[in-house]
Design a protein around this ligand. Structure first.
Ligand code: NAP
Length: 308
C-alpha cells in the first residue's frame, strides 16, 4: 500500500481504493499530507471497532480540491478529513455544513451521504475535550488569551470560545486588524452581565509586550494558535518574562514535542500541554460523526503516542 495517493487517482474513478484490503473508505486531503498522523490512529480505531475499511492519505493540490471533493461518492468513500490548506475550500465544496463549521469558515470532517457531502469542524470541540483532559477545567469557565487569532485555527478556536461563552476572550494577532474584525463579529456572544466590572469580555490586541502583560494579568489560559513553534529554531513567540505560574498554557502546535513556548511556561511553573490531545480528540470526534458511535479513544491514543 503506497503511503500517499494522488488526487488524480481519486478523480479518475478511485478504483484503486476499492482494491485495497481492507478497502479505503476514509481519507485525509492535504498539501502536503505525507506528515499527517491521522491514518495511524484512525486505522487503529477501525481495526479495534471491527470496521472493514482503511484510512489513507491523499495529496490534493489546491487547484484539484473541488474535483477531489466531487469524486468522493463515486469512489466509495464514507468520509474525509481535511487539513492545511483545504479547510475553507471544504466548506465551499459541501452541500450542507453545521452551524459551528459555517461560523468558523472551515470544515475538517466531511460525511458522504449518497451523492451529498455534509461538513463539520471538530477542531473546536476537540480543543474543549483536550482542555478538560489536560487541565481538569472547562473552557467556558476560563479567561482565555488566544495567540494567532488571525489564522484558520485561531478563528475556529475563537468561535468555539464564543459559542461556549467563555468568561473572557482576548484575541491577539501580529496583524491586529484581523483580530479586531473577529472580535467585532463575536461580540454579540459576550453581551451578558456575567462579569461585573470595567473589563470588556472580548477584546483584540496586537502581539506586543505591554498589551500582552496587561491582559495576561487577567487570564487563566493562554492558547497558541500561530504556526510559530513548529520548528525548533523558531524565536520565542512571547518573552518568557510575561509567563507566570498561575497560567495554563496550551500550544496547538505538536510537531516538535515541547515547543519553546511550553518550555518557557514549564520553567516558570505554569501548567502546560501540547496540541497532540487536540489532534486526538478532533480525530475521535470525526470517528463519532462518521459511525455514530463512541470512538475507541484509548486505542487511538496508544497509536498516536507510539509514533516517533
Ligand atoms: P494560518 O492560517 O497560516 O495562521 C497562522 C497564524 O499565525 C496567523 O494568525 C499569523 O498571524 C500567525 N503567525 C504566523 N507567523 C507568525 C510570526 N512569525 N509571529 C507571530 N504570528 C505569526 O495557520 P493555521 O492553519 O491557523 O495553523 C496554525 C497552527 O495551528 C499550526 O501550528 C497548526 O499545526 C495548528 N493546528 C493544530 C491542530 C491540532 O489538532 N492540534 C489543529 C489545527 C491547527 P498574521 O495574521 O499576522 O499573519
Amino acid at each position: 500500500m503506497s503511503e500517499v495517493y494522488t488526487a488524480d487517482e481519486l478523480i479518475d474513478g478511485g478504483g484503486i481504493f476499492s482494491r485495497l484490503s481492507p478497502p479505503a473508505r476514509l481519507c485525509v486531503f492535504g498539501d502536503p499530507v505525507v506528515h499527517s498522523k491521522s491514518p495511524v490512529f484512525h486505522n487503529a480505531a477501525l481495526r479495534a471497532a471491527d470496521i472493514p475499511a482503511s484510512y489513507v492519505r491523499i495529496h490534493v493540490p489546491p487547484e484539484k480540491a473541488p474535483a477531489a471533493f466531487r469524486a468522493l461518492p463515486k469512489a466509495g468513500f464514507l468520509g474525509v478529513n481535511v487539513t492545511i490548506p483545504h479547510k475553507a475550500a471544504a466548506l465551499a465544496a459541501v452541500d450542507e455544513a453545521d452551524d459551528y463549521a459555517r461560523r468558523s469558515g472551515s470544515v475538517n470532517t466531511v460525511v458522504v451521504q449518497g451523492d451529498r457531502l455534509l461538513g463539520f469542524n471538530t477542531d473546536g470541540p476537540g480543543l474543549v475535550r483536550a482542555i478538560r483532559e489536560e487541565f481538569s477545567v472547562d473552557l467556558r469557565d476560563l479567561r482565555v488569551v488566544l495567540l494567532g487569532a488571525g489564522g484558520g485555527a485561531g478563528r475556529a478556536i475563537a468561535v468555539q470560545c464564543a459559542m461556549e461563552s467563555c468568561e473572557r476572550l482576548v484575541l491577539v494577532n501580529r496583524t491586529r486588524e484581523k483580530a479586531q474584525a473577529l472580535a467585532n463579529e463575536l461580540a454579540p456572544f459576550f453581551r451578558t452581565d456575567r462579569l461585573v466590572g470595567p473589563i470588556e469580555r472580548i477584546q483584540a490586541i496586537p502581539l506586543e509586550d505591554s498589551a500582552l502583560r496587561e491582559q495576561l494579568a487577567h487570564a487563566d489560559l493562554v492558547i497558541n494558535a500561530t504556526s510559530v513553534g513548529m520548528r525548533r529554531t523558531d524565536p520565542p513567540l512571547i518573552p518568557p518574562s510575561l509567563l507566570t505560574p498561575n497560567l495554563m498554557v496550551y500550544d496547538t502546535v505538536y510537531a516538535s514535542g515541547k515547543s519553546r513556548l511550553l518550555e518557557d511556561a514549564a520553567a516558570v511553573g505554569a501548567r502546560c500541554a501540547n496540541g497532540l490531545s487536540m489532534l486526538l480528540h478532533q480525530g475521535a470526534l470525526s470517528f463519532e460523526i462518521w459511525f455514530n458511535r463512541p470512538a475507541p479513544l484509548e486505542v487511538m491514543r496508544t497509536a498516536l503516542h507510539a509514533l516517533p
